[in-house]
Design a protein. Structure first.
Length: 254
């Protein structure tokens, strides 16, 4: 993926990592369209940052995804990058099914079905572009689990394997698959995470991501240094130790 000259749609970019990436990609010389569920946030972004396009989209709703895709493609026919940023994280206690089942289903709907439906909505258009990229967003927790968030961990493991698999299938097209693998980042993904000493500052994370995209445009995975202890724990032979450290040091994750 080239660092500039793209037309990029980022569903889930009204706050946190998504909005920070939108700002940095625009500064790098890209046309950026921000997508989000909440119209009040979209209106605020449109008023304060008119350089962005804005599109309402609820990635839990198949009809909303279809409508948003039609709108984006019609307004921005040069669209060549989709970043499937939208995601949620929920703390769950699996001792009590009544306390976690509804939130677990919401996590899977948002974090797994959402990206699948987004890719389905855009893949034919992207295949018609000379060079295009689908950016999926997994997590270090796809590789080393945080005990408090089982469904989130599983959803991100699914995104990792989805990314690996569709990269193979789409190798005969112009579409490239790039997987962003965040560590814990100071965002509002979980209550208190914005102030967590364990989490990586948002500006540092996004700055490192942009450097990696610039210097490794053909990378399959974008891994900041802070996520590698999770990403490679099993390969490095210290999986149990990393699990213990992760789960004793921080109730959050990303």
């Amino acid at each position: 993926m080239n660092i500039s000259g793209n037309t990029i749609f980022i569903p889930g970019a009204t706050s946190g990592i998504g909005l920070a990436l939108a700002e940095q990609f625009h500064a790098a010389g890209n046309t950026v369209i921000v997508g989000g569920r909440r119209t009040d946030r979209l209106e605020k972004i449109a008023a304060e940052q008119p350089e962005f396009g804005t599109v309402q989209i609820d990635t839990t709703d198949p009809g909303s995804i279809t409508r948003a895709a039609d709108e984006v493609i019609a307004k921005y026919p040069d669209l060549n990058v989709v970043i499937a940023m939208a995601g949620i994280m929920k703390v769950e206690d699996w001792h009590h099914p009544g306390s976690f089942l509804e939130s677990a289903e919401a996590v899977v709907t948002t974090n797994v079905l959402g990206p699948i439906r987004l890719i389905a909505a855009f893949v034919e258009h992207l295949a018609e572009q000379p060079a295009s990229t689908i950016v999926t967003v997994s997590s270090g927790l796809a590789f080393t689990p945080l005990q408090a968030t089982p469904s989130y961990n599983a959803s991100k493991a699914a995104i990792h394997m989805l990314s690996e698999s569709i990269r193979l299938q789409l190798a005969d097209t112009s579409i490239r698959i790039m997987e962003l693998v965040p560590p814990s980042v100071r965002t509002a993904l979980l209550p208190g995470q914005e102030d967590s000493d364990f989490a990586m500052p948002l500006d540092e994370f996004v700055s490192e991501v942009m450097t990696l995209v610039r210097t490794q445009p053909d990378a399959h995975e974008i891994q900041v240094e802070g996520v590698k202890f999770l990403r490679y724990a099993e390969r490095n032979g210290n999986y149990g130790e990393v699990i213990e450290t992760l789960n004793s040091a921080d109730p959050h994750g990303n």
